[in-house]
Design a protein around this ligand. Structure first.
Ligand code: 4NP
Length: 189
């Protein structure tokens, strides 16, 4: 992990006393990793009864694929694991969006640096994290191991590996939300 990032991080506070806690998952193209993570995290939250308490979406830092569906191999991997990414359309994140999120989750160190640059000097600067910082299995000090590597243009195994890393982090993050949001079981949706 980067030296300023503890292995198991605190969640940023909810910006507002009303409405859902808002999370944006961010990669480069928004056609592979972040839409996979969006589908998986949404499902995990649903299973935990937190779908009304946490809102999830995704975006890319680049503009090449805006409006496109998920890249085929990424959508195929999601489908193989029982998730549906067919409604996804790629978006490029804009600096003005940052203030609308409680938590911005980067897939890799480039995405993290881009988000931090975009957020510099604003309240959003403290709301940017690596997705894998919520993976309880992450224990290494090497920052490169804390990433979800870009599978674009790679083999089927690269997408499977990206899915596994995303799933572990989404599960860990959902557990954190269960503690952090303190939503009574009866009030969950
Ligand atoms: P993603 O993968 O960031 O996980 O969506 C990529 C998709 C497209 C490109 C790079 C990465 N690209 O250079 O077009």
């Amino acid at each position: 992990m980067p030296s300023d990032m503890p292995a198991f991080e605190a969640l940023p506070t909810h910006r507002q006393s009303f409405g859902p806690y808002r999370v944006c998952l961010v990669c480069l193209g928004n056609i592979c990793r972040s839409p996979m993570a969006e589908a998986v995290l949404r499902e995990e939250l649903e299973r935990a009864g937190l779908s009304g308490a946490v809102a999830v979406d995704s975006a890319g830092t680049g503009d090449w694929h805006v409006g496109e569906r998920m890249y085929g191999p990424a959508a195929d991997e999601l489908a193989r694991r029982g998730y549906d990414g067919s409604a996804h359309r790629a978006r490029q994140i804009e600096p003005s969006w940052l203030a609308g999120y409680d938590l911005l989750l980067a897939m890799d160190l480039d995405n993290l640096a881009d988000l931090r640059r975009m957020a510099a000097g604003s309240g959003a600067a403290g709301r940017v994290r690596l997705l894998r910082s919520f993976d309880p299995a992450l224990s290494d000090d090497d920052p490169y191991l804390a990433q979800v590597p870009d599978p674009y243009g790679g083999y089927r195994d690269d997408y499977a590996r990206a899915f596994d890393l995303i799933h572990a982090a989404a599960t860990g993050l959902t557990r954190r939300f269960t503690e952090f949001l303190d939503v009574p079981a009866a009030g969950r949706q």
